[in-house]
Design a protein around this ligand. Structure first.
Ligand SMILES: Cc1cc2nc3c(=O)[nH]c(=O)nc-3n(C[C@H](O)[C@H](O)[C@H](O)COP(=O)(O)O)c2cc1C
Length: 194
């Protein structure tokens, strides 16, 4: 079955040598080969202001760049976010985009938001995180802290889930063969649209 997939390449660095871009490309090409429709958002190419006040969050219309990302989210049945781990979490610029997108009235009702009240219900997700440390260290010693926060405090809160995860660790140590192996796995996930 064909899915509508929105893919956020959440690497702030436009340098094409960044592995995160190759991961996003692999997912997108797999998905297209699998017959899915894909819309891509490249954080590194987006210009938007950092949100600075509750007033702006609640009262202002989002900037056009952000409104376009919101439209791609509404269109999607499945959301994929690829990001590197920076200081134990998603890069600040990606968090800034999520704050811009997930506003009251768009992501949850204005007033008293509840855990079941997310307005983006009916969408599933996958988060792919690349990191310098081995993935098992992130899982066992750091308890996947930032991933849990992204899945539960952000995505589940706005109604998106279940969210699957892929952790690619030891990114600087796995060599070209290890990286190729991961890109193949990611391509296969894309082909299945999961
Ligand atoms: C600013 C910065 C902070 C980083 N912080 C962490 C970290 O907290 N834990 C970790 O395992 N790796 C950390 N890394 C390593 C990156 O996660 C790793 O270089 C990246 O996932 C590699 O993918 P890329 O080629 O797409 O950048 C950091 C890298 C940078 C540039």
């Amino acid at each position: 079955m064909s899915h509508r997939i929105t893919l956020i390449d959440g690497h702030p660095d436009p340098d094409p040598a960044r592995f995160g871009h190759a991961v996003a490309d692999a997912y997108a090409s797999g998905a297209e080969q699998g017959g899915h429709q894909v819309r891509r958002i490249r954080l590194a190419d987006l210009a938007f202001p950092v949100l600075r006040s509750r007033h702006d969050w609640e009262m202002d219309a989002p900037p056009p760049t952000v409104a376009a990302v919101q439209a791609d989210l509404l269109w999607a049945q499945h959301l994929v976010i690829v990001h590197p781990l920076w200081l134990g979490a998603e890069p600040a610029l990606l968090k800034a985009l999520l704050e811009q997108i997930f506003r009251p009235g768009f992501a949850f009702p204005v007033g008293q938001p509840t855990l079941q009240g997310g307005l983006l219900k009916g969408r599933t997700a996958r988060v792919v995180v690349t990191m310098g440390m081995p993935a098992f260290v992130y899982r066992t010693f750091y308890l996947s802290h930032s991933l849990k926060s992204l899945k539960r405090n952000i995505l589940a809160f706005v109604g998106i889930g279940p969210t699957r995860e892929t952790l690619i660790g030891n990114i600087e140590g796995i060599g070209p063969g290890g990286r190729r192996g991961w890109l193949d796995r990611i391509r296969r996930l894309g082909a299945r649209g999961v």
